[in-house]
Design a binder for this molecule. Structure first.
Ligand code: CDT
Length: 309
């Protein structure tokens, strides 16, 4: 049986505050059709794909932000994505703001198989930013105000012929993210991101450096866990706030095999052989053979730095 997943990384250009879910879904459908024409059987969209990156906007009344959230998934606005993906025989992953029936808020992503069934849900664990309005920042990043940290861990799902995992944006900078999935044998990790092109605390850290950190993190995660990583941007200027691009696909050797130019809606497609993950998993990163967990206690035993006396 073929172990090739032909994956489409479907970058979205900017989404303005005034854009509706229906307008965005129409753009996503166009990308899905393009991906199908290029032979894709799995399409991956960015973090918070259905709206602008709203955590940059401060709402004093937290409840006002609920307008950016989805209370059900699927819902009528996104149902066309599910219908089209099923008609194309294509799996799909996208990020959205999740409002649960209990009134909890998460920055989530789903994995949908080729029959249109949601087989996996991930809730972002490493939330960046801050809770209150911060006048020292060039722009606000209020994810800690609007979301609670994910409570589902980093699961891996057996679907679409392989072992698939998800994470979201800032998670990609943390080696623990990949390793927890690596320890479940993950063969492909899909992730979306919204990364401001300038550090709000350090104007000197611009897009070139931010793209460098992005590639460094994703390539290292792929190599050290011998898996494919598909990283998809929302890019461009949203109501005057610029997000970098950098949509790319990385192989289990940590090499970039496809990267999208520019900041507009666009698709890159690559045939990813999941069997290419075997060599690394059976040699240098044969975890069972080489890991030394007796020395890893601080990784789960403490959060911050503990310096020696
Ligand atoms: N969306 C998201 O997680 N963005 C962060 C920005 C970090 S700066 C507060 C990222 O890691 O790209």
């Amino acid at each position: 049986m073929s172990r090739i997943v032909t994956v489409a990384a479907a970058q979205l250009g900017p989404i303005q505050k005034a854009e509706t879910r229906e307008q965005v879904v129409a753009r996503m459908l166009a990308l899905m059709d393009e991906a199908k024409a290029k032979g894709a059987d799995l399409i991956v969209y960015p973090e918070l794909a259905l709206t602008t990156f709203f955590p940059r906007w401060y709402h004093e009344d937290r409840a006002e932000a609920d307008a950016w959230f989805e209370a059900a998934m699927p819902n009528p606005a996104v149902q066309p994505l599910f219908d089209r993906a099923r008609a194309h025989g294509m799996g799909m992953s996208f990020g959205y703001a999740e409002l649960t029936p209990e009134g909890r808020h998460f920055n989530s992503s789903i994995l949908v198989d080729k029959s249109g069934t949601i087989v996996g849900k991930y809730r972002k664990i490493h939330l960046p930013g801050h809770v209150e309005y911060d006048p020292t920042r060039a722009h606000q990043h209020l994810e800690k105000r609007y979301f609670e940290p994910g409570d589902l861990g980093f699961p891996v799902w057996r679907t679409m012929g392989g072992l698939m995992g998800m994470c979201i944006c800032n998670d990609r900078r943390w080696p623990e993210t990949y390793r927890v999935m690596g320890l479940q044998g993950v063969e492909m990790i899909v992730l979306g991101f919204n990364t401001p092109s300038v550090n709000g605390h350090k104007a000197k850290e611009g897009m070139a450096q931010r793209l460098f950190h992005h590639r460094l993190s994703v390539q290292a995660g792929a190599y050290q866990n011998s898996c494919w990583v598909v990283a998809v941007a929302k890019a461009g200027s949203e109501d005057g706030h610029h997000l970098m691009g950098g949509t790319l696909i990385v192989n289990p050797d940590g090499e970039i095999v496809a990267e999208l130019e520019g900041e507009a809606d666009g698709v890159i497609v690559h045939a990813c052989d999941l069997d290419d993950t075997r060599f690394g998993k059976q040699t240098i990163f044969d975890f069972k053979m080489h890991r030394r967990i007796e020395h890893y206690g601080p990784i789960t035993g403490q959060v911050g730095v503990v310096e020696p006396e």
